[in-house]
Design a protein around this ligand. Structure first.
Ligand code: GDP
Ligand code: MG
Length: 281
């Protein structure tokens, strides 16, 4: 069975592309009539207006903190040629988060646009990357080769053909033995269950770091997490608060090379506190 066949779609609103992009797939969505008006929430920040071109742009945003071992292969694994053959330009935005191992230079030589977020934190890195990304569609992944970059074309197709706003990926449906520690699996399951109970989130993997979504969503999101909690915050924003059309697609998840930046207890408990504050605070 293909991964996408197992996925689910939920939500009611569809964010129309305000772009003048002329790609047929994008126009099909812009013309579907189910346009959600701007929500009241403050934006994540001023996103610079971009000169729209005739070719729709995909921004792949990759946060990277000391990932010299894997950043080059991460950038090169992004299937630019395949995306180009489907009518998309691709920019790869690597957000260097104060690395001291040469990550930024390696990423630039591999063809990425490198932006710098001096303050440490997964959430801060993403928020910087989202401000800098000019794409009509935003894709995300870690800089550690764990996420399947080769699935990006299929995920983008799914977003457009099914008129979705946001796709989350699920690392657990196809997870091979030994790829993720038992402790991390249990922690993830607890956090995902809590998010489902508190926010009725339609996702099995609230901590997955691979998402594909329309950049219009960013203008309505209120992202505040500076650390790992951003991963669930973005899903709460789109699915619970903005009621965007969401789906979750199973993906292959691979072994991590290099050192994980996750501090299991601190980040796990921090995420739980974030969920509680967000719901009851
Ligand atoms: N935790 C953390 N990750 C960061 C930071 N800045 C960038 N990252 C990147 O965020 C991604 C996720 O972190 P990772 O260590 O892979 O977490 P894991 O997937 O839970 O093991 C990686 O590409 C990191 O390099 C930061 O300040 N903290
Ligand atoms: Mg990772």
């Amino acid at each position: 069975m293909r991964a996408a066949d197992e996925s689910t779609a939920t939500g009611t609103a569809t964010f129309a592309l305000s772009t003048a992009a002329t790609g047929t797939a994008l126009r099909r969505i812009a013309g579907n009539g189910r346009v959600r008006s701007a929500a009241a929430a403050p934006p994540i920040g001023r996103r610079p207006a971009r000169q729209r071109s005739a070719i729709p742009l995909i921004s792949v945003v990759v946060p990277a903190l000391n990932e010299a071992e894997t950043i080059e292969r991460t950038v090169r694994a992004i299937p630019r040629a395949e995306l180009a053959s489907r009518g998309f330009d691709t920019e790869i935005v690597v957000v260097d988060n104060g690395s001291d191992d040469g990550t930024a230079g390696i990423a630039a030589r591999a063809g990425a646009r490198v932006v710098t977020e001096p303050a440490r934190g997964y959430g801060l890195a993403y928020r910087r990357g989202f401000l800098e990304a000019g794409g009509d569609i935003i894709c995300t992944m870690d800089a550690d080769l764990t996420y399947p970059a080769d699935m990006l074309p299929e995920l983008v197709d799914r977003l457009l053909n099914d008129e979705l706003d946001f796709i989350n990926t699920d690392r657990f449906a196809l997870l091979s033995n030994g790829v993720m520690s038992r402790r991390n699996r249990i922690g993830n399951a607890c956090l995902s269950l809590t998010a489902r109970i508190l926010f009725n989130l339609p996702f099995k993997d609230s901590q997955s770091g691979m998402w594909v979504f329309r950049s219009e969503l960013l203008d309505h999101m209120d992202l505040r997490a500076s650390g790992m909690a951003l991963s669930e915050e973005i899903k709460i924003e789109v699915a619970w608060r903005l009621k965007a059309r969401c789906a979750e697609v199973p993906i292959r998840y691979g072994y991590r090379s290099g050192e994980s930046k996750l501090r299991v207890w601190r980040d796990g408990l921090g995420n739980l506190v974030h969920l509680a504050r967000r719901r009851f605070g």
